[in-house]
Design a binder for this molecule. Structure first.
Ligand code: SF4
Length: 215
């Protein structure tokens, strides 16, 4: 686990997938990699991640990954000759815009989780994840609603994370987050437009004392 690179490159829509991970995936190798990353992030919310559009540290272990392209939606799962972005890229773009994050910006995982909880719930998934096969299961919807509820109720507050100098110990407990200022949550509305949805229409508020994104 300690040999994961820093920052960990995570494509934008995987920020949502990681919330609902239940140990399922596209292959044994993919699941193993998902577990490694998921466990590290749970244990260390102060982990640096780089949010991006395109293949990431999870795709590298996925059977549907071919030279940077996600082929899962291509005919017969074969890469096709096209400049058209694959559907995973479209999901990344939407998610990045919704979360008001810059492509390739480096963030602290715990603060991104808070932002996901503030801006995304199962209703937002109708816009962000509409092509995803995993939506038939309720893992992500339940996890995102639970996280959203924690943020809106004030149970989970914006984490004022400080860098830990101690090596992480493996356990299954919730990540520790120091209390910070409570943030407002946005309305929840379904978007069917083909345009990239933008959560700014729902919520423009940013806490005055949030840490700046590091780009
Ligand atoms: S299905 Fe596509 S987006 Fe998802 S992990 Fe595999 S290559 Fe990446």
């Amino acid at each position: 686990m300690g040999d994961l690179p820093s920052p960990i490159r995570i494509r934008a829509h995987h920020l949502l997938c990681l919330q609902g991970f239940q140990g399922f995936g596209y292959s044994e190798e993919f699941i193993a990699q998902m577990r490694r990353v998921h466990r590290l992030l749970r244990m260390k919310p102060d982990t640096d991640i780089q949010v991006l559009i395109g293949a990431d540290i999870l795709c590298e272990h996925c059977p549907h990954h071919y030279r940077g392209r996600c082929t899962i939606d291509d005919p017969e799962d074969q890469p096709i000759e096209t400049d058209t972005p694959d559907q995973a890229v479209l999901k990344d773009r939407r998610t990045l815009s919704w979360l008001e994050l810059e492509n390739e910006s480096v963030q602290l995982w715990g603060q991104v989780v808070y932002k996901v909880g503030r801006l995304v719930d199962s209703t937002a998934m109708n816009a962000l994840c509409r092509e995803c096969k995993w939506r038939e299961e309720d893992y992500c919807a339940n996890a995102l609603d639970e996280l959203n509820q924690k943020v809106t109720s004030g149970e989970l507050l914006f984490p004022a994370i400080s860098k830990s100098t101690e090596p992480a110990e493996e356990d299954d407990s919730e990540p520790s987050m120091k209390e910070g200022p409570e943030r407002e949550t946005g309305d929840k509305s379904e978007t069917t437009s083909e345009e990239i949805p933008d959560s700014k229409a729902k919520n423009n508020s940013e806490p005055a004392d949030s840490l700046p994104d590091r780009t």
